[in-house]
Design a protein around this ligand. Structure first.
Ligand code: GAP
Length: 440
């Protein structure tokens, strides 16, 4: 983990936020390479789950919604963490962070607390009783700060997909259950204990789908979306099976709206923890927001309350796991073996020698041409070996070098990040070669 954090800072993937002011508790900024990686993850997700499907549409809703949304959705009442403080060292924990695990206030058992050990000072049995802490950030709309102007920053993107349900149906008459609404966007949670780099922050991004179905088919669709999530992890992020665990969340520990939840957990260096979630939200949300049936089948005229299966993906956790999976140290180099389609740069172009104008001119032309189709890096500093290693560390799959032969035979060397093997490729074939390698 330390190596990933340090690589991210050194090469400009992720920096501590507001650093020149001493930072701000666990806030991070994505730098030039990080934003490319993150955007690629979002782009591949959107292509897979929205563009390539007939049964999906996307939205991009406002972050601040009418506060009545959060009252109806149950978040004002239910979206809290239960905190306990160790009386000996004053450290504060979410109750699920204390080994022994007390889930919610109503299950608090003073007898059981005596057996719990403080994760910080390792002393036994001296905790305050749990207090509840709302995870929703509040702010005010307009110049007057009073209860009427009070609003929330959304803690999940999901609610807009429910609130806009009718408008989406009315404007897309081809939509027919089963269908889904997808959204990528920021969410905010006033986490009590953020930490582990970008794993748990107070401001983060999610990619969510609300998939609307007939109640009697929920099990089928739940299994279907679990498979789709596995497919995404395997095909698009390249995550190895042995680092994943699919955990059934028992009743009492599920979110207030869920009748079944599976957490997809990952073996992070700091322990096995949630990566993504899949929930069967029933008709809870639509019923909370609509008084009248919001759905009528366009062919049969049948009216019913749609039920919802919700697969949800954290963007920042996706970035973290692809970095963890792809970081490799070899004898003389560090290689980030990201799937090429996620790599910030698809290629890097070098003139063999920076002081030979004829090489620079041709290399520059290749660089400009490739940039029309791909993100491409340029480097003419130091020796070629150093330039290769520098690109390996930021995952660039192919390095293209223009040498003296290039001037004669219009070919360049193309070096593969993973194998380090080089081949000569015609300049006129470069774009095609890269495109073909990207779809593999
Ligand atoms: N609409 C369902 C929902 O919000 P969630 O499990 O609370 O479900 C969805 O959050 C995903 O968002 C998680 O699986 C995780 O990937 C990510 N996530 C949640 N809290 C986070 C945080 N504080 N920092 C970074 N990512 C977070």
């Amino acid at each position: 983990m330390d190596k990933i954090v340090s690589l991210c800072k050194r090469r400009g993937f992720v920096f501590p936020g507001s650093e020149i002011y001493g930072g701000l508790s666990n806030s991070y900024d994505y730098g030039p390479l990080g934003v490319e990686l993150k955007n690629n993850i979002k782009k591949v997700w959107w292509e897979r789950f929205v563009h390539r499907r007939d049964d999906m549409v996307g939205i991009d809703a406002a972050i601040i919604m009418n506060p009545k949304v959060w009252e109806a959705s149950g978040h004002v009442k239910e979206f809290y963490d239960s905190l306990m403080q160790c009386k000996k060292c004053n450290s504060i924990f979410r109750d699920d962070e204390i080994p022994g695990f007390i889930v919610r206030h109503d299950k608090y058992d003073a007898g059981k607390v005596k057996d719990l050990t403080c994760p910080e000072c390792k002393q036994k049995g001296d905790f305050t009783s749990p207090t509840l802490f709302s995870l929703m950030f509040e702010t005010n709309l307009g110049p007057v700060k009073d209860r009427k102007s009070n609003v929330y920053l959304r803690p999940e993107t999901a609610q807009a997909m429910f609130v806009d349900f009718k408008q989406i149906l009315d404007t897309n008459p081809r939509l027919k259950i089963p269908f889904g609404i997808a959204q990528i966007g920021k969410a905010f949670r006033n986490e009590v204990t953020p930490g582990n780099f970008i794993f748990r922050t107070r401001e983060f991004e999610m990619m969510e789908i609300e998939y609307f179905i007939r109640e009697k088919e929920w099990k089928k669709w739940f299994d279907y979306w679990l498979d789709e999530m596995k497919g995404w992890l395997r095909d698009d992020l390249g995550i190895s099976d042995e680092n994943l665990e699919f955990v059934e969340i028992p009743e009492g520990e599920r979110a207030h709206y869920s009748k079944r939840t599976i957490d997809i957990e990952y073996q992070y260096p700091f322990g096995q923890k949630e990566l993504y979630g899949l929930a069967y939200r029933t008709d809870f949300d639509l019923k909370a927001h609509f008084k009248e049936l919001p759905y009528r089948d366009p062919e049969t005229g049948e009216e019913f309350w749609p039920h919802v299966v919700e697969p949800t993906w954290g963007v920042d956790r996706s970035v973290l796991v692809v970095l963890l999976e792809s970081y490799t140290e070899e004898k003389d180099r560090v290689v980030l073996r990201l799937p090429p389609k996620l790599a910030p740069y698809k290629a890097a172009v070098f003139p063999l020698l920076a002081n030979k104008p004829e090489l620079v001119k041709l290399a520059r032309k290749i660089y400009e041409d490739l940039r029309k189709d791909f993100t491409v890096a340029w480097d003419d500093r130091g020796n070629i070996g150093k330039r290769y290693y520098s690109q390996d560390e930021i995952a660039t799959p192919w390095c293209i070098t223009v040498d003296f032969d290039s001037l004669k035979d219009k070919t360049v060397t193309m070096r593969d990040r993973d194998t380090t093997k080089q081949k000569r490729v015609k300049i006129s074939n470069l774009a095609k070669t890269i495109s073909e390698a990207l779809v593999l």
